[in-house]
Design a protein around this ligand. Structure first.
Ligand code: ASP
Length: 344
């Protein structure tokens, strides 16, 4: 590898539609397919492009099959190769890309290089695949852009990873960030919103130390949700729950048994960390604006402000996995750790 003058980017292939083929049982990832298509893309060989190497994780996964262990594995692969590359592209399925991007932002707290997740709605085997442009631009951005964050590149926009959500399963504009403008937009020229970009971390990159596999869950409120279901969700061994509430953080407040079930879980000795995030794609949680939200606050539920439920769930997982006590987890859930929230 000596003699390279071009910046080098590592492409970590994790899975997703972009490298899938149609089988009798539906789309599935195929080993070697992504590399073969990338090798046939002349743009990737041009001198103005960074040099790249593809590392495939095994087995390649549909991201619906991914779990927290996979987030940790990706983080470790990045740490291991960190010194050899100027940036990383993680080729990933779109279904849970927002979760992995969020998790990586918490697992790599002192990141100083770009880590850009991308994928596509159509496989590279398709003539109209959106993956071609995504791969080319993600490699270019990872090799040249001063954005030392975990990002998600899709449909001409570079979003902060822990602010992104999958909003469409058909349109090419599949991701959006309801509470933060893109870190960069890609048109005739590439415009970076430098005022939004976080400063690089200092010190040697290391993955967060995880000591256990915590029990966390999300519960999306729905009209008719009763105390029994709430009690089941919050029952031991549950340690942390993201409560996806209505509007600015409201929940049904007229059923004392429902509120009692939440209170019993959040208080000692259980001390389940229950975080309030809105079902809305944009806006922030303000638990005391309505009495229906204030009731949750009295039950010991903490506000997740403008965090996405994806960011809140992965943050809960990472903090609890570090072995922090519930009081510390509660405090840190309300602090901005990786650009995921604005505590207003
Ligand atoms: N099911 C696929 C995945 O998430 C969808 C995609 O990549 O677009 O892996």
């Amino acid at each position: 590898m000596s003699g390279y003058t071009r910046p080098r980017v590592c492409v970590l292939h994790v899975g997703g539609t972009i490298g899938m083929v149609k089988t009798a049982g539906g789309y599935e990832p195929q080993p070697g397919f992504l590399q073969q298509h990338m090798a046939e893309m002349p743009e990737l060989q041009r001198s103005e492009m960074p040099a790249y190497e593809v590392v495939s994780l095994e087995p390649l996964l549909d991201s619906a099959d991914m779990a927290p262990d996979d987030w940790v594995r990706i983080a470790r692969e990045i740490v291991e190769r960190h010194d050899d590359y100027v940036g990383f592209v993680v080729v990933h399925g779109t279904d849970t890309m927002a979760y992995t991007a969020s998790a990586l932002s918490f697992l790599l707290p002192n990141l100083s290089k770009p880590v850009i997740l991308t994928g596509s709605q159509l496989s590279l085997g398709h003539v109209r695949s959106d993956g071609r442009e995504h791969i080319i631009t993600a490699i270019l951005l990872a090799g040249t852009l001063p954005v030392p964050e975990v990002c998600l590149y899709f449909a001409s926009r570079l979003l902060r990873g822990n602010r992104a959500q999958k909003i469409h399963n058909h349109d090419f504009i599949a991701f959006d960030s309801g509470n933060l403008a893109p870190l960069a937009t890609v048109g005739v020229s590439i415009t970076v919103n430098t005022h939004l970009v976080r400063p690089p971390g200092s010190g040697r990159l290391k993955a967060a130390a995880l000591t256990c596999r915590p029990e966390v869950a999300s519960l999306r409120l729905f009209p008719g949700l009763g105390a029994r279901m709430m009690g089941h969700m919050l029952a031991p061994p549950m340690q942390g729950v993201v409560l996806e509430t209505y509007g600015v953080g409201n929940a049904p407040s007229r059923d004392p048994a429902l509120l009692a079930a939440i209170t019993a879980a959040t208080q000692a000795p259980r001390e389940v960390v229950v975080v309030n995030c809105s079902q809305c794609h944009g806006g922030s949680v303000r638990q005391t604006l309505y009495s229906t939200g204030a009731a949750l606050a009295r039950c010991g539920v903490i506000p997740g402000f403008d965090m996405t439920p994806e960011a809140a769930l992965t943050k809960l997982y990472c903090l609890l996995a570090e072995g922090l006590a519930p009081a510390q987890v509660r405090a840190r859930m309300q602090q901005n750790l990786a650009g995921e929230l604005n505590p207003t």
